[in-house]
Design a binder for this molecule. Structure first.
Ligand SMILES: [Zn+2]
Length: 126
C-alpha cells in the first residue's frame, strides 16, 4: 500500500501540507494509523464486525494484520462464503474510511452499512 495510498505523512514529505496530523484525530498520520490505529477507524471496524457477527451468526475478531492485508485466520471457523463476505466487508470499510479521510469527512458506521446494503441490492438485481 505504500506509494499507492497517500496519507498526511506523505503529503508533508512532499510539502503539500503543513503537518502530518490525522484529519480525524490529532495523531501523526500514516498508513498504519489510518487503517489500524486511529480511534475513529477502529470504531468503524468494530461496528462493521458487530454487524457481520449479527448477520452471519458467527464470532470474528480479526487482528490488525488480517484487517490490513485480508490475511486468512488459520483458526477461523468461517465457511469459504463467510470468509469472502468478511474480506469484502473489510475491503469496503477500508475504501470508505479512506474516501472519508480524503473528503475531510468523519466516517459513520451507519452510512457504511447503508452503502454495503445498497451495493448488495444492486449486485443481486444484476
Ligand atoms: Zn486518526
Amino acid at each position: 500500500m505504500h506509494r499507492i495510498i497517500v496519507t498526511r505523512k506523505e503529503l508533508l514529505k512532499f510539502k503539500i501540507t503543513k503537518d502530518d496530523q490525522c484529519t480525524l484525530r490529532s495523531n501523526h498520520d500514516c498508513i498504519i494509523h489510518t487503517f489500524t490505529k486511529c480511534a475513529v477507524t477502529t470504531s468503524i471496524y468494530s461496528s462493521a464486525l458487530n454487524w457481520f457477527t449479527y448477520t452471519n451468526n458467527v464470532s470474528v475478531n480479526p487482528s490488525s494484520g488480517q484487517i490490513l492485508f485480508l490475511l486468512k485466520d488459520a483458526k477461523s471457523n468461517l465457511t469459504t462464503a463467510q470468509e469472502r463476505r468478511l474480506n469484502l466487508l473489510l475491503l469496503c470499510a477500508k475504501l470508505y474510511i479512506y474516501a472519508c479521510k480524503i473528503a475531510l469527512k468523519t466516517p459513520n458506521a451507519a452510512e457504511l452499512q447503508r452503502k454495503i446494503e445498497t451495493q448488495r441490492t444492486i449486485e443481486n438485481v444484476l
